[in-house]
Design a protein around this ligand. Sequence first.
Ligand SMILES: Nc1nc2c(ncn2[C@@H]2O[C@H](COP(=O)(O)OP(=O)(O)OP(=O)(O)O)[C@@H](O)[C@H]2O)c(=O)[nH]1
Length: 544
Amino acid sequence: MEFPATSATLLFRITRLVVLLALASAALVAFAVLRPLEAHMKAGVGGQEFAMLKAAAASLDSQLAAKQSLLRTAAARIAAEQDRASVLGKSLVEWGELKGEFADVMLLDGAGKVLARLDGSSSIGTVAAGVRDQLRALFRERKGMLAPLPFGAEARQAALLVMEPVRDAAGQVRYALAGSIAPDDARIGGQLAALSLGRSGYFFIVDASGTIVHHPDKRRLMTRALHDPRVASPTATAPAGFEGWREGRSERGEPALLAFKRLSGLPWTVAAVHPVEDAYAGVHAAKTGALVAAALVAIAAGSVGLAAAVRILRPLDELYCRVCDIEAGAADIAVLDVRRLDEVGALSQAFLSLSRQREAAEAKLARLAFTDALTGIANRRMLEDVLACAIARSRRAGQVVAVAYLDIDRFKSINDTMGHQAGDAVLVEFAARLKTAVRAHDTVARLAGDEFMVVFDGISVVAEVEEAAKRILACIEVPFTHGGRSFPVTSSIGIALRPPHGSHGSAELIGRADAALYRAKKDGRNRYAVDAGPEIALSMRLMH
Ligand SMILES: Nc1nc2c(ncn2[C@@H]2O[C@H](COP(=O)(O)OP(=O)(O)OP(=O)(O)O)[C@@H](O)[C@H]2O)c(=O)[nH]1
């Protein structure tokens, strides 16, 4: 018999507990481990991007320094060759090395007049006012400078100006050599453009005034950063001077990883914008992988837990089946395995003990059902069974059955004079004496009150019964005692006999014994009367 599989079963509840524990552990691990790990990984990504930005900024710084140095060398060589501006200009034209490094190189006098251009073109004129201010500063301070071109001062492409003084033999600054660098210069902005920042990240450079000097979107070049109070755009926040990385929003408003680094030689800030979806793609993939792994571990733990629960509970299931078999009568109580040292063994032991107690109680009940509670001898029910069996047996064995109906004489007066307890004691003593007066296989029973009956089984001669009656009367003659008092007790006896093939049943036989008892009482008590019946009366002569 299978144990019913419902949600109330231990197996279901243990399995549910195991699965929930496994899921809770997985969730806890994911929360307790993955969160700090995720933060750590994000910090790693941010740090990495900032490190890359720092390297790019350092490279920019060194590229600018190299251009500055190149222009300084050129200025020194020009000054060393000739002192006249026209000749200087000619030298400049020949100085092809500068071409690859600058968008344009001009030789300027102190008033800002262009004396010569690198490409030798004839577009000679005067530089813009903003450049003239810087030129004046150079003549005043007599040293080279690297400065962003003031916004709108030159063509949109020129974003940076490197100026070096050209001195005469006496060391006086006579001219200035100015080289402009375009934002998309292959070694400056181009280098940034070549750097890859995931699928959607980009770099830009903004100067201290908020002018964008490098941006992948060429339309933004030389424009002011957007100052939208609703969006703290990175181009707007970059000039504030923050260095490092942080999470923020891109100019399109999407969450992004932002990194900022100022250049050392210029008031420029190089910045990186990397949408988090792209920047943290690896982190998210690792997180998803870890969560999937945790879920798989939870499933595996749940499955192992289920298998273990089934295994652990199997003996309980078997015990249930055995108890069902015992209940159905298909197995004996001995099938319970009480040798196990676990809870199932204890439960089997308890079942066994309970079953034995039940057997004992049933036996006691059966005994009480057939026993007289006061005297301990057979009661009326048992007597009826015994008598029925004796009659059946007498038919087979061809022997006589006899019953003796006994009633204690004037028992009421014993109760009345000595008390009910004394009456009980007399009944018990009377039963005991009765048993000693008959054969072992004769049945002595108490019918009710002071009425007793003896079934004589296997009587071969009527005299046997009469002898027994005499023995009974004789043993009762001995005075009874109770509470230190001694008093006589007598009994009247009515005997009825039934031949082996007699027509009377139990009830008639008892009725005849009762009638014989009535006669004995009537004849003066303390005696017996016999109703042998017509058949036996005839044969009695043969027996005697
Ligand atoms: N002590 C005791 N008395 C009982 C019990 N059962 C019945 N009796 C009493 O036994 C008495 C029986 O009296 P009877 O048999 O009617 O009359 P008796 O006094 O024996 O007189 P005769 O039978 O005519 O000799 C009653 O008084 C009952 O109350 C019992 O279990 N214990």
